[in-house]
Design a protein around this ligand. Structure first.
Ligand SMILES: Nc1ncnc2c1ncn2[C@@H]1O[C@H](COP(=O)(O)OP(=O)(O)OP(=O)(O)O)[C@@H](O)[C@H]1O
Ligand SMILES: [Mg+2]
Length: 301
């Protein structure tokens, strides 16, 4: 089974306000509610591809309930830990002549709830996959992802980490199967700005020396670079198309990579499938469907 963990999911409240005036009462012309978070996005894209996963992490309050129900109505299994008190955050996205975002903090996570999540790691089995993705509530330290991996008892769990700075660096000693920084995040890990493919390969190999088995660096419309545990370096451009929305493109790349690797155990295919999924989301209004991913894949050799 694939388990995704989203520590601080959110409900996005997206409003269209043609002329936003600060300090006045503004009325929305359109409004919509979406739920998300990196691990949840991975679960949704896997589901779109017909692959089962369990979405886990922390939720709270009525917004947390909205997320659980939303996943349930899509047919996606979830196993979130309910926090009390508190409320899963709401991120306000105001679409006007410019876009203004007001992102919430999210609930405080108490130690008992952390322990419950750590306990869940003990139930993972050989061959399972664990995706740890996204930002972490402020009150948890940078060792949290590392602690989760450390609680796994099974010997052969495919751990995938999409996190920033020390949250990611602290996991490397556990030899995660895959880490997926984007280019800017890779630079932040080493306090450098990275511009060229050869720099990407250089720093990706550094992450390998520090423990990562495979390193996938995404570069937006420039595609991705994959450095594998069998010493291969694969650089691939992204498919071309009309970009509509890049929210969740990175998560779609992760989901597509997992799907491709599960299907073939072949890194070339996994990367190609991942890029098709990432770009299919970039070319869609929401997270990509299977149909869109396969359409992008077919035009992409
Ligand atoms: N403008 C684009 N055109 C084509 N494909 C894109 C574009 N932006 C993103 N993608 C696709 O999505 C993948 C991941 O994108 P990106 O590097 O932006 O991830 P990220 O920064 O981790 O995103 P996220 O905001 O979801 O965390 C790319 O490798 C590519 O396949
Ligand atoms: Mg990302």
């Amino acid at each position: 089974m694939i388990y995704t963990v989203t520590m601080n999911p959110a409900v996005d409240y997206t409003v269209l306000v043609p002329q936003l005036v600060l300090g006045e009462v503004n009325r929305t012309e359109r409004e919509a509610y979406f739920f998300g978070g990196k691990g949840i996005n991975v679960s949704v894209v896997l589901h779109n591809l017909g692959i089962e996963s369990v979405a886990s992490g922390f939720v709270a309050g009525f917004t947390g309930q909205f997320i659980r129900q939303g996943l349930h109505s899509l047919g996606i299994k979830s196993d979130f830990i309910e926090l009390t008190p508190g409320m899963t955050r709401i991120n306000v996205k105001i679409k006007s002549d410019k876009e203004t975002d007001i992102n919430g903090i999210g609930p405080r996570v108490d130690q008992d709830s952390v322990n419950t999540l750590l306990k869940k790691m003990e139930t993972l089995k050989d061959g399972d996959c664990l995706v740890l993705a996204g930002a972490v509530p402020k009150n948890l330290g940078t060792g949290i992802y590392s602690n989760l991996i450390n609680s796994i008892k099974a010997g052969n769990v495919y751990v995938i980490v999409d996190a920033t700075e020390d949250y990611l660096l602290n996991t490397l000693k556990h030899k995660p199967f895959l880490v997926k920084p984007n280019r800017a995040e890779l630079g932040q890990l080493f306090g450098k700005e990275i511009h060229t493919d050869s720099d990407i390969v250089f720093y990706a190999k550094k992450l390998q020396k520090m423990g990562a088995r495979n390193v996938l660096v995404s570069i937006g419309d420039k595609g991705a670079v994959l450095v594998t545990e069998n010493n291969r370096v694969i650089c691939r451009d992204a498919p071309k198309g009309q970009v509509k929305n890049t929210v969740g493109a990175g998560d779609s790349l992760t989901a597509g990579f997992i799907a491709g690797y599960m299907h073939s155990a072949d890194f070339d295919y996994a990367l190609r499938y991942g890029l098709a999924a990432g770009s299919a989301t970039a070319f869609s209004d929401t997270l990509a469907t299977k149909e869109k991913i396969e359409q992008v894949l077919n035009g992409f050799e």
